[in-house]
Design a protein around this ligand. Structure first.
Ligand SMILES: Nc1nc2c(c(=O)[nH]1)N[C@H]1C(S)=C(S)[C@@H](COP(=O)(O)O)O[C@H]1N2
Ligand SMILES: [Mo]
Length: 350
């Protein structure tokens, strides 16, 4: 049941759009908290927020399952164990503005900064248990494998940071897919279908894809049918960003930021530099938890050559347990998604 009342939004966010509601926090403030407090959790919506009544709202499980069934929030809580996972939720458009500025080339979409990421404790029902209860699927696709992988930690979540989800973030249910792009974390979910093919939904088929750089316009993407040639974006890339830099005279910088894992494993190291490719110094990790959280880090840099009034840049790069490392440059793509070049922050005066 949809109510007409408008949900209350956090006033701590920079607003990119009111209808639908799209807003992100200041990242210097964001990295002060290992678990992102609700008022600093970005909000990304393609349609109006839904205000649902948990007493009547239910989620259907159907498709290639033995028993189709609908569950209310009470059913889920009564019939399944509560499972928790700490995981960073991140929009595919995170750092899109940096991509546009860095490549001097316009990308399509809301110009998100580097704050569309939130590290929260999610709780709900294991997607694996839910599907196995109703089970008997045929074949498999990568998303089904992810849903059934015990270590994939996919949830049908009803809590965020130990509280019921708010309307902005999907009350009563949302899917939590640790390590995967935010677009797959469907909010207000009312149907889960096990099928042989991925969904025909617009956001699965015609959006959230890393198109090749040569696809320069939307018309070209449509005309040459690039949408069907490129797979849907799933796992987030290994990434990092410089969130704040404090100048400590004479000649020292205190730098803080976040890093987030890619498909090949958790972040094992973050390095910072003031000259990008010459010397990289290790940062210290101040927070990381489990397989799916973000990593908070900080570093103190001696920059004897820094002079007040001179422009400078601070860079950061993450390395994961498999040795994958963020690269200085990545290719521009039309939709500005999955931007993962080394982090950078310009200081106008240091
Ligand atoms: N129903 C619904 N679910 C959705 C979306 C949406 O527009 N509608 N946006 C998706 C995208 S693109 C992102 S990045 C995340 C954002 O989640 P948040 O608003 O809780 O931060 O939700 C995803 N789930
Ligand atoms: Mo997103």
């Amino acid at each position: 049941m949809d109510f007409s009342r408008e949900p209350e939004h956090s006033d701590k966010l920079h607003v990119l759009g009111v209808q639908p509601w799209n807003a992100e926090p200041d990242i210097a403030e964001l990295v002060r908290h290992p678990y992102t407090p609700e008022q600093l959790v970005y909000s990304r919506n393609h349609c109006p927020i839904r205000a649902l009544d948990a007493a009547t709202f239910s989620v259907k499980v159907n498709g290639l399952v033995k028993h189709e069934r609908a569950f209310t929030l009470d059913d889920l809580k009564r019939e399944f164990q509560r499972k928790e996972v700490v995981a960073a939720l991140q929009c595919a458009g995170n750092r899109r503005k940096t991509m546009q500025e860095r490549d001097h080339k316009e990308v399509e979409g809301l110009l998100w900064g580097e704050g569309t990421i939130a590290n929260c404790k999610w709780a709900g029902v294991s997607m694996r248990e839910l599907l196995e209860r109703n089970d008997d699927w045929f074949g498999g696709s990568i998303p089904l494998e992810k849903a059934l992988d015990e270590d994939g930690d996919v949830l049908l979540a009803y809590e965020m940071n130990d509280r019921p989800l708010s309307p902005d973030h999907g009350f009563p249910f949302r899917v939590v897919v640790p390590g995967y792009t935010g677009a797959r974390w469907v909010k207000w979910v009312d149907e889960i279908t096990v099928a042989e093919r991925d969904s025909e939904n617009f956001y699965q088929k015609k959006d959230y894809k890393v198109l090749p750089t040569k696809v320069q316009t939307h018309e070209m993407a449509d005309k040459e049918d690039w949408w069907s040639k490129v797979p849907a974006l799933q796992a987030n890339p290994l990434n990092s960003a410089v969130a704040s830099v404090r100048v400590v005279p004479p000649g020292r910088l205190e730098v803080k930021g976040y890093a987030v894992r890619g498909p090949t494993g958790q972040v094992s190291k973050v390095e910072v530099s003031v000259d990008e490719d010459d010397t990289w110094q290790p940062a210290t990790s101040t927070y990381q938890e489990g397989r799916w959280s973000w990593t908070l880090w900080e570093a103190t840099l001696d920059v004897p050559h820094a002079r007040r009034g001179k422009e400078g840049k601070v860079w950061c790069r993450a390395v994961d347990v498999a040795g994958t490392m963020q690269q200085p440059d990545t290719d521009w793509n039309l939709r500005g998604v999955a931007y993962d070049a080394v982090g950078e922050k310009t200081l106008h005066v240091w």
